[in-house]
Write a protein that binds this ligand. Sequence first.
Ligand code: ACM
Length: 683
Amino acid sequence: MKSLILAAISACALCIGCTSSPKSIGVIPIPQHVAITNGNFHLGQQTGLNIEAPEADKTALQNFIEASPIAHIAKTSKPSNSVNLFIVDCLPEITSPEGYRMTVNEATINIEATAGAGLFYGLQTLLQLIDDSDNIPQGVISDEPRFDYRGMMIDVSRHFFSVDFIKKQIDAMAYFKFNHLHLHLTDAAGWRIEIKKYPELTRQAAWRTHPTWKEWWNAERHYSIEGSPDAHGGYYTQEQIRDLVAYAQERFITIIPEIEMPSHSEEVLAVYPELSCSGSPYKDCDFCIGNEQTFTFLQNVLTEVMQLFPSKYIHIGGDEASKQAWATCPKCLSRMKNEKLANVDELQSYLIHRIEGFLNANGRNLIGWDEILDGGLAPNATVMSWRGAEGGIQAIEAGHRAIMTPGEFCYLDAYQDAPHTQPEAIGGYLPLKKVYSYDPLPDSISPEQAHLLYGVQGNLFAEYIPTEQHMEYMMYPRMLAIAEIAWSNPEVMNYDDFRARAVVATNRLNQWGYNSFNLLNEVGNRPGSETSIEHLASGKKVTYATNAPYSAKYTAGGDSALVDGKLGGWTYGDKRWQGFSNSTGIDATIDLETLTELHSINADFMQICGPWVFMPTQVIISASTDGKNFTELTRIDHEIIRDDAVSFKTFGWEGLAQARYVRYQAIPGELGGFLFLDEIIIK
Ligand code: ACM
């Protein structure tokens, strides 16, 4: 933190005293109310510090300041001016204990809040406001968060990240006013927390045969023994966890541990195969819910987890269970019969209900990914909505709390810029602007229900992120956009202004040793994908062969998608690419309505092998005057090459022809998966 605050003092950029608009101050997240007047407070060597707060808060604030280069303000004996932090009974304009009012005049900076958290956030604003000359503009800022929950999730399973790295991110999170760090501690790729009762979890399941997730995933997916030459991975000891929790607590951040169940548990079942339906290692991903030992194991693990993490919430995963083995497992079937569970969804729900009961009995609450809705939501559960906003909305409508983290806006593992300019990512395209455009409060939620929307979180899954430097590259600056959508009201937000502040902030982060993506190098979306084009087929009728329909999941708007003038962006998931199952291919015919002179017919395909999106192996383009008898204009063969790149290729024809109907066929290769094209452009 020392370096972070030091740099804040020397490097903050601020438009001092030039306007009272909140958009002119270089603070992220932008405060709710800002009134800057003329003049400055100078934070000099004789500046003093007073803190009036309950002992625990006072100690945390004092420690925070004393570990920083403005430490001298805590020690000055004869102050010429002072920074005063004090707790007040109430602040009329502020309702949140995390809110604060900062009043700056020539001689004093007063930060008032009703709780220590508010003072801490006022202090973060102060740090961001100090300019190159150690001045702070005079005026009043009153500020409080829009949402109580402002989170970041870091996946330490797919690749293991050190305690120091996590602390470094906690520093930045505090600086941008996050209050929850969700650690994805367990998954197939590695178990990352010492559990005294089950030493094999860290002796074996924390180590794997390959250093990168990708190599391991594409190999046998086996685990190793700690200390053996082929052991790659790591885990946090209980002592390290306690240290991390305390470090976060002093920065008003709660760490929420995630222990995955009933699925994403290959690593556990490899070393404790008796907890799986098959009873054999390397077969299952889901715990056997029919087996009482599963509950004994999970409760024993959670008991140690609760001893380490004081967080009110414990995340139990709950996502993406295969549920396949349960359907034929005698123990699961017997459980279903005895508990009168209609199907495997209800079996999963049975586990979640039982685990929730256990957590509640221990004074904790359960959070799960939105699949915990399947088969019936446990009574007090909070839903983390990742497959869209729907799960969160459903939870809120049923009277539960929800945290929004939809993949489309909040998954920072997607490409943040043109894929060919970026290190390999899992796919997708999520630039800063799109993160910033997300409003976590859905229109359908009534004002009466809005309090159930607990907040918003950015997620950083790490399958394709093998190093700490790369992790930071993916995190910054997009985490700053999450910070602002979580804290600031939409009325004070503006993307262009935010982007300018983010450029300054990321420069600052990089000076402090972070590895942010450089926004000034941003290429942006695929050319043409944010506007629309006109051509001879625009708006014409497209008929799809009945044996080659487009995918119900990737309609891109339906029958008009291939002639709607909308070119696709860097991801097939942007609703501008139409998807076809590779088992059917594409066979679409466009009726141009009149006999037309044709010069070119082109369509772009995209390929990204990770999610099984491939180029076609052959494209056939034909034309007809009557819609019955077609003449082949071209037949293009293509060799599909599996590689790591996200690639785009035009398959087309150029020449001269007269026709009313154009037929475009794409033949899939043998790999399965999907074909995606965006527009059949006819000129
Ligand atoms: C998730 O991304 N499977 C929560």
